[in-house]
Design a protein around this ligand. Structure first.
Ligand SMILES: C[S@@+](CC[C@H](N)C(=O)[O-])C[C@H]1O[C@@H](n2cnc3c(N)ncnc32)[C@H](O)[C@@H]1O
Length: 429
C-alpha cells in the first residue's frame, strides 16, 4: 500500500482522539512495513501533527470545500512533504493526484491537483505575511491562548521556547537494574550498532527505536522512559524498607524506578483514580519485576495513611512532553489549566497530611507553566509552615535552572529531556 495512504489512516485515528505514539506503534505491530518506510511514515505522521495549525491555515486559504477527511489529510501530508521536507513539488502533486484518482476518480483527482499547485505557488508569500503580522501562533502551530501565555511567561525568548518544543523527540530507554545492568546494555548497543546520543544516569538516548522489538524490551530489562521522569522519582531518594506513597501513579513508570532504588524491599502504595489505569500499573509491575509496588484504586484528594516519603507526580497540562505527543497541544483550553492547578493543590494539601514528620515529598509535573508549578508550591508553603524546600540537583549534562523557591525547571534549552518541574519538600515539626 502507498505510504501516504497508510499515514492518512493513522492520522484519522489521532483526529478521533487517540494518542499518536499508541496509534503508530499499534500500526507497526499489526502491519508489515519495511524499516525504511517506517522512518518515512513516522516523519510524515508526526510532521503533520506538529505543524497542524499552519497547514490547516494554508488549506483554508485555498479551499473551503474539502469535506472528505481522507482528502483533507492527503492535502496535509502533501503540504508537509513539499514544504517541510523539501520534496520535489511536482512529484508530490502528481502522487497526491494519482492516489486520489484510484480512490475517488478523475474529477476529485483534478481538484486535488489544482488546490495543491495553487498552494505551492503561494505558500512562501503567505508565510512571509504571517511573519510580518507576527502571527507566530500560526507559524509555529500553537493555539493562540498558549502562545499568549508563553509570551507572558517568557517575554525574552518565547520564540525559542516554541521552536524547541516543536523539535523531534529523542528516543530514550532506562535500564531496569532489577533485571539488567548498564554494562550489559552498552554491550548490547555496541553489538547492534546503536549509538548513544546522551546518557543521564541509567537513561540512554539512542539513535534507533529498534530496541522496542527485541527480547530485552519485551522482558522488561529496558523500559521506555525519559530522563526527567526518571529523576523525578529518583530524587525522592526512596530507600530499602521504607513505606512510600506514589499518589498519581499510572502507568507506574516512576513507581518502577523507586522499586529499583529500594532493591525491591519495602512498600510502594501506587494509587490512581482510574480503574483502567490500575491495570497499566499491574502490567508494568509484572514486566519490571517490581514486587513491592502495590497498585490500588484511590483518590489522592481523599487518601489517608502514614508514609516515609511521598511522590506527587501530579496530573498536568503536559506541555513539557509535546515533542513526544504533539497532539496534546491542541485539545486544551485555558480553563483546563486553572482546573488542573486546583486539582494539583487539593492533591498536595491532602497527601502532605499523610507524610511522617521528617519525611520527604517530591512534587513534579511535565509542564512548564508556573501556574501548575512554583505558584502552587508557594501557596502550599504559605499554608503549611512546617514544610520547607530542600535543594536537589541533576547531572551536569542536563540543562536546567531553579525557580525562586528552589524548584528545578528542566526547560526549553534542554534538547533531550522533557520539560519538567521537580521540587522536594521536607516536613518539619
Ligand atoms: C502525570 S500522570 C502520572 C504518571 C506516573 N506517575 C508515571 O510516572 O507513570 C498523572 C496521573 O494522575 C492520575 N490522577 C488524576 N487525578 C487523580 C486523583 N484525584 N487521584 C489519583 N490519581 C489521579 C491520572 O489518572 C494520571 O494517571
Amino acid at each position: 500500500m502507498n505510504v501516504k495512504v497508510r499515514v492518512i489512516d493513522i492520522l484519522n485515528s489521532v483526529d478521533e482522539g487517540k494518542y499518536s505514539n499508541i496509534v503508530l506503534n499499534a500500526y507497526f505491530n499489526s502491519n508489515s512495513v519495511e524499516e525504511k518506510e517506517k522512518g518515512f511514515m513516522t516523519e510524515l505522521f508526526y510532521g503533520v501533527i506538529r505543524n497542524k495549525i499552519f497547514i490547516e491555515y494554508i488549506i483554508g486559504k485555498f479551499t473551503k470545500k474539502v469535506k472528505k477527511k481522507w482528502m483533507y489529510n492527503l492535502l496535509k501530508i502533501s503540504i508537509y512533504q513539499g514544504f517541510y521536507m523539501n520534496s520535489d513539488i511536482k512529484g508530490v502533486v502528481w502522487e497526491a493526484a494519482e492516489v486520489t484518482k484510484n480512490k475517488y476518480g478523475i474529477e476529485m483527482s483534478k481538484f486535488i491537483n489544482a488546490v495543491l499547485r495553487n498552494i505551492f505557488r503561494n505558500i512562501d508569500n503567505i508565510r512571509e505575511e504571517l511573519e510580518n503580522e507576527e502571527r507566530y501562533d500560526i507559524l509555529y502551530s500553537y493555539p493562540e491562548w498558549i502562545y499568549k501565555k508563553l509570551k507572558k511567561e517568557y517575554p525574552e525568548n518565547f520564540l525559542e521556547v516554541m521552536e524547541s518544543y516543536k523539535k523531534v523527540a529523542k528516543m530514550s530507554f532506562r535500564v531496569n537494574r532489577l533485571k539488567y545492568s548498564e554494562v550489559e546494555f552498552e554491550e548490547y548497543l555496541e553489538k547492534n550498532g546503536i549509538n548513544i546520543l546522551k546518557k543521564v544516569d541509567s537513561v540512554y538516548y539512542v539513535d534507533s527505536g529498534k530496541i522496542i522489538n527485541t527480547d530485552i524490551f519485551r522482558s522488561g530489562k529496558v523500559i521506555v522512559q525519559d530522563g526527567s521522569s526518571y529523576y523525578a522519582a529518583k530524587l525522592l531518594g526512596a530507600k530499602q524498607g521504607e513505606k512510600i506513597l506514589d499518589c498519581c501513579s499510572a502507568p507506574g513508570s516512576k513507581a518502577m524506578v523507586m522499586a529499583e532504588n529500594m532493591n525491591n524491599i519495602g512498600e510502594i502504595t501506587a494509587i490512581d483514580i482510574y480503574k483502567h489505569k490500575i491495570k497499566l500499573i499491574k502490567q508494568n509491575k509484572k514486566k519490571c519485576g517490581a514486587e513491592i509496588v502495590l497498585p490500588r484504586l484511590h483518590d489522592a484528594t481523599k487518601i489517608k495513611g502514614e508514609f516515609d516519603k511521598i511522590l506527587v507526580d501530579a496530573p498536568c497540562s503536559s506541555i513539557g512532553v509535546i515533542r513526544k505527543k504533539p497532539e496534546t497541544l491542541y485539545n486544551k483550553e485555558y480553563k483546563n489549566i486553572k482546573e488542573l492547578a486546583k486539582l494539583q493543590e487539593e492533591i498536595l494539601e491532602n497527601v502532605s497530611k499523610s507524610l511522617k514528620v521528617g519525611g520527604e515529598l517530591i512534587y513534579s509535573t511535565c509542564t512548564i507553566f508556573n501556574e501548575e508549578n512554583g505558584d502552587n508550591i508557594k501557596k502550599f508553603l504559605e499554608n503549611n509552615k512546617e514544610f520547607k524546600v530542600e535543594k536537589i540537583e541533576l547531572d551536569d549534562n542536563i540543562n536546567y535552572s531553579y525557580d525562586e523557591i528552589g524548584g528545578i525547571k528542566i526547560g526549553y534549552k534542554e534538547e533531550f529531556l522533557d520539560g519538567f518541574y521537580i521540587i522536594k519538600l521536607v516536613r518539619g515539626e
